[in-house]
Design a protein around this ligand. Structure first.
Ligand code: FES
Length: 317
């Protein structure tokens, strides 16, 4: 069971017109846990949706959770509700922090954020700074006016480590970072978060510069997942149930229909919560959570979005 906390919005600040920076404190005697850099929490929004947002504070700051949420008109209702309805004093439920984007030990760490994807990287940068580690932070965006956290990054302890690239000021991150990567030692670790196309570009750049897959870390915060496809059969071995997954339903919904509840969170193949072991059959991986190598092993599946290439899948559930 995921641990939950009742929190209250203690501080709320709108930055760059469309990003709300929120600080939560515990609403009761239960102290909020210490966070790890790269972690996120599930936020139970007033409209009933549950959304994941990265924590963006210095991990040494205890007793608070800080988030930066972009009001995205294209969103499915989560970010607009967070932006409009989470006011100072609002009480809500959040999960304990979970970390699917943790920092690895490295001689040097390169953090590259696009837009609101800067949030987990800010917390990583603070952690590396506090530990006296070698790192650099790159913040890419369309314009300084539309970028949050600029003042903090320009004036605070991370200023000497941060480089900004704003297209409108003529600073194209592609050109600058392509040149910069040629100087980097490929034993460094690269972490990126941002829009999908942006991250794909960073990942390709790292690969072209001989970075090993295990040194490239990414966190998707929003993806378009197509979970539709042909019908297939699933045998849930531990429950001893045969379940047909129709073309119109997801695997996780078909399992729930038959009483097999799998914990879920993002429902987009991003967070890894719904991971199950595959005993037989070939999954049709639709997620962005597993690496290409993990997908090729075919022994795990994210049941919120993935399907089956074989007529039958056997799962260890
Ligand atoms: Fe997040 Fe399935 S619920 S990957």
């Amino acid at each position: 069971m995921t641990e939950h906390y009742d929190v209250i919005v203690k501080k709320r600040q709108v930055q760059a017109d469309n990003v709300v920076v929120l600080e939560f404190e515990s609403a009761n005697a239960l102290k909020l846990p210490k966070i790890e850099a790269g972690a996120h929490i599930d936020v139970h929004l007033p409209n009933g949706l549950v959304r994941q947002y990265s924590l963006c504070q210095n991990p040494k700051q205890e007793g608070i959770f800080r988030l930066g949420i972009l009001k995205d008109p294209e969103s499915r209702g989560g970010s607009i509700c967070a932006f409009d309805e989470l006011q100072e004093g609002t009480q809500l439920k959040v999960s304990a922090p979970r970390n699917l984007f943790a920092l690895d030990e490295a001689e040097h760490t390169v953090l590259i954020g696009g837009g609101i994807g800067i949030t987990p990287l800010i917390s990583m940068a603070y952690a590396l700074y506090e530990e006296g580690k070698s790192f650099e932070l790159h913040y890419c965006g369309s314009s300084i006016e539309r970028a949050a956290f600029v003042e903090e990054l320009q004036q605070g302890s991370l200023a000497a480590y941060t480089k900004f690239y704003f297209k409108q000021s003529g600073d194209d991150h592609r050109e600058s970072l392509s040149a910069h990567f040629k100087q980097l030692n490929h034993t460094s670790h690269v972490y990126t978060c941002g829009p999908n196309g942006f991250m794909d570009w960073v990942i390709d750049l790292a690969k072209q510069n001989q970075f090993d897959d295990s040194h490239i870390h990414k966190e998707y915060f929003q993806v378009e997942t197509d979970a539709t496809g042909d019908a297939f059969e699933v045998y849930a071995q531990r429950s001893d149930k045969i379940i047909m997954v129709s073309a119109e339903e997801t695997l996780i919904d078909a399992l729930a229909r038959e009483g097999i509840k799998i914990e879920k969170s993002c429902e987009q193949g991003v967070c890894g919560t719904c991971l199950c072991d595959v005993l037989e059959g070939e999954p049709d991986h639709r997620d962005v959570y597993l690496t290409d190598e993990e997908k090729a092993e075919n022994d795990q599946i994210l049941v919120c979005c993935s399907r089956s290439k074989s007529a039958r899948l056997v799962l260890d559930i």
